[in-house]
Design a protein around this ligand. Structure first.
Ligand code: GFB
Length: 311
């Protein structure tokens, strides 16, 4: 078991992933968790981050800080997705090495894999073919982060590991329709369509792409599991092992929200990669399983949305 008095720094602690990690760590009894919000510590400011690490000397770092977004934001802002992510990950990984961090967990994304990777996607598919163009910039930044962690492990013996989560959702997700991922966007759209008594709900693309969705509390549980049990620089996938089509997702969300109108498909918007289902054999063999069924997770996230966003 990990020692709950160890100092853990969660970079990006207010985001979807970071806030789930904070809930989980606090529940497990960890109490030595330095918090700095954006106004106190700019993770893109190298000197500020270095002096934070030198002063706080965390034993463990979880890297959950990133510029993220859905298919449209990724496609519209490749410069920011590449530059901001490279900058913050380079600064934090290097500072962690310099101050002797015992273990670092870098979080990547399932979009690091080739557009036409074999399905379900094994870890060995990395760099086996061209990337999906809509999120190439983000994927390249995340691949660079993986490679930097592996380089610190190989060259300097650092215990820097990397996990690749599938598409995530849950409390503190981004519900802005221009920049959000599909699940949060459709929850909001279905809620607003129901409230306005609209006849139609606009869904992007063709509805045929397939995606795998993991509740962020399950990801937080997997992260703690990996911090305890996994010490290899080889990447490891984190998913639930099942995917659904965007059409099925939209229908499920409408049923949960109670919107009874029609779906209207907007084919001016991109589909992105046709399928993205992770092969989670490696993590399953270590003994970890998710616990939150998709329907329950969406219902719980809708409750959170009603209390915190829609009010
Ligand atoms: O979640 P999403 O934005 O990103 O879109 P990706 C998934 C699918 O849902 C695409 C469709 O086929 C979208 O066209 N979709 C339907 C919608 N309606 C909507 C909507 O209202 N909003 C959104 N956003 N999508 C992201 C990457 O890819 O996945 C990131 O861009 C990251 O880099 C993330 O890796 C996990 O799954 O296509």
């Amino acid at each position: 078991m990990m020692d709950t008095s160890e100092k853990i720094f969660v970079a990006g602690y207010r985001g979807l992933v970071g806030s789930a990690l904070m809930r989980r760590l606090e529940r497990e009894g960890f109490h030595n968790i330095p918090k700095r919000d954006r106004s106190q510590l700019d993770l893109g400011d190298e000197r500020a981050v270095q002096s934070f690490f030198a002063k706080e000397r965390p034993a463990i770092v979880i890297f959950a800080a990133a510029k993220v977004g859905g298919i449209k934001a990724n496609n519209d802002f490749p410069v920011e997705f590449l530059l901001d992510n490279l900058r913050i990950q380079n600064i934090i990984i290097h500072s962690a090495y310099e101050t002797g961090v015992r273990k670092l967990l870098f979080l990547g994304s399932s979009c690091i894999y080739p557009k036409l990777a074999p399905q379900p996607i094994p870890e060995t598919a990395l760099l086996g073919g061209p990337l999906e163009p809509t999120n190439e910039a983000y994927a390249i930044a995340k691949i660079a982060g993986i490679k930097l962690c592996q380089a610190y492990a190989r060259e300097y013996g650092a215990n820097f590991i990397s996990a690749m989560p599938t598409n995530l959702y849950g409390p503190n997700d981004n519900f802005d329709l221009e920049t959000s991922h599909v699940l949060a966007a459709l929850l909001r759209k279905a809620h607003e369509a129901k409230t306005r008594k609209a006849r139609e709900l606009a869904v992007w693309g063709s509805g045929t792409p397939r995606r795998e969705f993991l509740h962020v509390d399950d990801l937080a549980s997997a992260c703690l599991f990996l911090l305890e049990k996994y010490d290899s620089p080889e990447i490891i996938n984190v998913g639930c092992g099942e995917d659904i089509s965007i059409r099925e997702l939209a229908e499920l969300i409408c049923a949960i929200v109670g919107f009874e109108g029609q779906l209207a498909w907007d084919d001016t918007k991109p589909d992105g990669t046709p399928r993205k289902l992770l092969d989670v054999t490696k993590l399953h063999n270590l003994g970890w399983r998710p616990t939150i069924p998709l329907r329950d997770g969406i219902a719980q996230t809708y409750e959170w949305f009603l209390k915190n966003v829609a009010h």
